[in-house]
Write a protein that binds this ligand. Structure first.
Ligand SMILES: Cc1ncc(COP(=O)(O)O)c(C=O)c1O
Length: 391
């Protein structure tokens, strides 16, 4: 052991690659380069004014002291009411916990329930943080390859399930692909898990951003699915509140309690006055969100049509979230590398920042965020088209 050695726990943990690439693009922009940054994991809308006002009012009213670890009773009740209104999912406030974003909630769930030696099934493509969180907890992430298309490979999952399997992490609508699981696939998984002690962490943070088809919360599938699922949602994507750090989790009370113990022993709770803003945000209806959803749908359509002009590119039209995840193997082979080499080429040659698919479990793709104004999207896709044509 040396003075600056990190713990054994840190040995296999990587820092967040999406954060690193975004920072690199920012650096180039600062240096005067005209980089089109298509890496954003957030919308460019403003936080709703009413939310800001409610927060400022709370601050001025002195709501600046400690609250309860799970969040104020009012906020827990508001989250429970929101789940009932949005998805007809019934949770008692005691089944709800509020965390610093869905990220912290997932971290707490994994730390609270995954023991060293446990396996956690993660269908690919997956959000970059899941495997790292499992490793931090001493568990083993087991990636389930979807074979390119966004779907749940139930045959593979059946084979991988064993006595060490503790959890399956689902994310639909999905980051990075924008894919959304069909009800039948989810029902198939729910059936497969019946009689097991496998928890489901269902990360539904993009549930408000659905363009085609209807979103199905995993916990709504059956009484059994409801029991074993911890459902995650939050305000980051739906309310343009990424910096506020508000996420919530709902599920079986003993698990939620465990998550609350970790919160109480670490951050204590999320910021007190932000919780008043969160209550205001949860009052927003689907009709309030409709114009923003339509705006995003148009950006999705523009991105898809511009990508379709590129030969040798495979594309699944995203049904939700704000990402496209095209397969660009043809160009990677020409360049002689994988998704990282292609992302670097696009950044240096075309001055367009994207995220390599490798970090999401698919090295033949890149993730492009269409959460950007129309002009930038057009400029970015034109440049990508030209840079790829050169290969
Ligand atoms: C799939 C997924 N889950 C969770 C998060 C984290 O969200 P939050 O800001 O609520 O921590 C993100 C953010 O990019 C995400 O894409």
């Amino acid at each position: 052991m040396k003075l600056f050695d990190l713990s054994q726990r840190m040995e296999n943990v990587q820092s967040s690659p999406t954060v690193r690439l975004n920072a690199l693009a920012q650096e180039l922009i600062k240096a005067g380069k005209d980089v089109v940054n298509l890496t954003a994991g957030e919308t460019d809308f403003d936080t709703p004014e009413a939310v800001v006002e409610a927060t400022v009012t709370a601050m001025k009213a002195g709501k600046t002291r400690y609250t309860a670890p799970h969040g104020t009773p009012e906020l827990r009740a508001a989250v429970a009411a929101w789940f009932a209104r949005e998805f007809q999912l019934t949770y008692k406030p005691s089944q709800v916990t509020v965390t610093a974003g869905v990220k912290q909630g997932l971290f707490h769930l994994i730390l609270a329930t995954v023991s060293p030696g446990n396996e956690v099934l993660i269908p690919a493509p997956y959000w970059v943080s899941y495997p790292e969180m499992v490793r931090i907890a001493g568990g083993t992430p087991v990636v389930v390859d979807g074979g390119g298309e966004f779907h749940l490979d139930l045959k593979k999952i059946r084979k991988l399930l064993n006595s060490k399997t503790r959890m399956v992490i689902l994310n639909s609508p999905n980051n990075p692909s924008g894919g959304m699981y069909a009800r039948e696939e989810l029902e198939g998984l729910a059936k497969l898990l019946e009689g097991t002690d496998v928890l489901v962490a269902s990360d539904e943070i993009y549930s408000s951003l659905v363009y085609d088809g209807s979103f199905v919360p995993f916990a709504s599938l059956s009484a059994d699915a409801y029991q074993r699922t911890i459902t995650f949602n939050g305000l980051s994507k739906s309310h343009a509140m990424t910096g506020w750090r508000v996420g919530f989790a709902a599920g079986a009370a003993p698990v939620i309690e465990g998550m609350g113990i970790l919160q109480a022993q670490s951050a204590t709770h999320i910021t007190s006055f932000v919780q008043s803003g969160a209550i205001e945000a949860l009052k927003e209806s689907r009709a309030d969100f409709a114009p923003r959803l339509q705006d995003m749908r148009e950006r999705r359509d523009l991105s898809v049509s511009m990508l379709r002009e590129i030969p040798h590119l495979e594309l699944e039209v995203p049904k939700g979230a704000f990402y496209v995840f095209p397969q660009l193997k043809f160009y990677m082979d020409k360049l002689g590398g994988g998704s990282e080499a292609l992302a670097e080429y696009l950044l240096t040659d075309a001055e367009v920042a994207v995220v390599p698919g490798k970090h999401f479990g698919d090295d033949s793709r890149i993730r492009i965020s269409f959460s950007k104004d129309r002009k930038s999207l057009e400029k970015g896709f034109r440049r990508i088209q030209a840079a790829l044509a050169k290969l």
